[in-house]
Design a binder for this molecule. Structure first.
Ligand SMILES: *[C@@H]1O[C@H](CO)[C@@H](O)[C@H](O)[C@H]1NC(C)=O
Ligand SMILES: [Zn+2]
Length: 399
């Protein structure tokens, strides 16, 4: 696998601006907000849950199962998140098992930008999972790989959407959106990628079909010359990839020194949610007593200094074609013993019945919190509706 490419000066400058902005304007979610984040309810039920159940089926690229899952994503955004823009990025490729036949790969892309910003000026938090399932063994479902991560992302964006609307309405009403710095040019997008899995055995050409095509296409698509970001690829402020999540007691390592700060923000939110007894998979969940049982964090590398993080990793996943092109990656993947994947990985046991649903729900809450903090949504969730717009926005800009 490749080593990280050199970033362009411009890219470095943008990253730096982001870091500065993050450091200056970063506002933590309050305890009240963390305690009141929307819950998925029955939506992760593996038989009839609105979000997850439709993904728990075989969905091999180019088959009706794949189309059905794409339709599910499309319907979800169209009906639940009508302010989002939906796109598809399509490609075809032969595979080792398709002979001379071209297999179609369809990446699903949904995004939401501040209403005043032109496309090339928006840096986007990018939440990513793959939705295809493996060709073999026959009947493979891929619940942690990656049906559940797709559903977690769906819940997260649904949970912050109203707050995002409220915040951007306020900024427009105040008329000083343009003075609000990079916060006024921060958007969010979801990538559900196709063809991550190898059809036969993993090689550079038999794997990552959708990700390779999208990274290449986005790297070659130029925004207008005056745009802040040169290409859709450089518009990715963070590529947050979720994979192999939904088993009990996950362990998530930090892989990239350049994004260790984002890993630490996520770990910090995990710690705060645990302390507030919001994690259903924890023995402390909702406990009435003041005491809490000690428990390990899923994001176990938060205390490591960034110089201790290896600059590259041997784990091949959808981030690789983006990493090679200089995109900042946060790879959230479960390695329970630090060297291997969860026991159900790539077996028929990776199905709905083997998911740990409290853990799936906790992940969805954690991703929601991370996205909410990134989009600076403190003060814009329902519980704060009694605040006047002026009060909210003034309070924020003064920080
Ligand atoms: C890509 O494929 C999807 C699903 O088949 C289709 O709905 C869409 O129109 C295609 N998009 C383009 C740009 O060809
Ligand atoms: Zn896999």
């Amino acid at each position: 696998m490749g080593i990280v490419c050199g970033h362009s000066i411009w890219h470095r400058l943008i990253s730096l601006l982001y870091l500065v902005q993050f450091a200056l304007a970063y506002q933590q979610l309050s305890e009240e907000t963390l305690q009141n984040l929307p819950r998925p309810g029955n939506d992760f039920d593996i038989r009839n849950g609105k979000l997850l159940a439709p993904i728990l089926r075989t969905r091999i690229p180019g088959t009706p199962g794949s189309t059905a899952v794409l339709n599910h994503f499309n319907d979800f955004f169209k009906t639940t998140l009508p302010d989002w823009t939906i796109d598809f990025q399509n490609s075809t490729s032969k595979t080792p098992v398709s002979g001379n036949k071209e297999v179609p790969f369809v990446n699903f892309i949904a995004s939401r930008d501040p209403p005043w910003a032109s496309k090339g000026d928006v840096g986007r938090l990018t939440l990513v999972a793959h939705y295809d399932s493996k060709y073999t063994p026959e009947g493979f479902i891929g619940a942690i790989d990656s049906a559940a991560p797709c559903a977690m992302i769906m819940h997260a964006v649904r949970s912050i959407d109203a707050a995002l609307t409220r915040k951007w309405k306020d900024m427009e009403a105040q008329g000083d959106a343009l003075d609000a710095g990079l916060d006024a040019y921060t958007g969010i997008q979801v990538l559900f990628l196709d063809g991550e899995e190898a059809f036969q055995t993993w090689t550079n050409s038999d794997s990552l079909y959708g990700a390779r095509s999208l990274a290449e296409t986005w790297g070659e698509t130029s925004h207008s010359p005056m745009a802040i970001f040169r290409t859709p690829l450089s518009s990715i402020s963070l590529f947050m990839l979720l994979d192999l999540l939904g088993s009990k007691n996950p362990l998530i390592q930090s892989y990239f020194p350049t994004t260790h700060w984002a890993y630490q923000s996520l770990a910090d939110l995990e710690g705060r949610l645990r302390k507030l007894k919001q994690f259903k998979s924890s023995p402390n969940y909702d406990s009435e007593t003041g005491q809490t049982v000690d428990e390990p964090q899923w994001l176990a590398d938060a205390e490591k200094g960034e110089h201790l993080i290896k600059a590259w990793t041997t784990i091949q996943d959808d981030h690789i074609p983006f990493l090679r092109r200089g995109v900042d990656i946060l790879h959230i993947i479960d390695t329970p013993d630090r060297t291997g994947f969860p026991p159900v990985w790539h077996t028929l046991n990776d199905d709905g019945e083997h998911l740990d649903l409290p853990t799936v729900e906790d992940w969805s809450i954690l991703v929601t919190a991370f996205a909410a903090e990134w989009m600076e949504l403190e003060g814009y969730f329902d519980g704060d509706a009694q605040d006047t717009p002026e009060k909210m926005y003034t309070r924020k800009t003064e920080l």
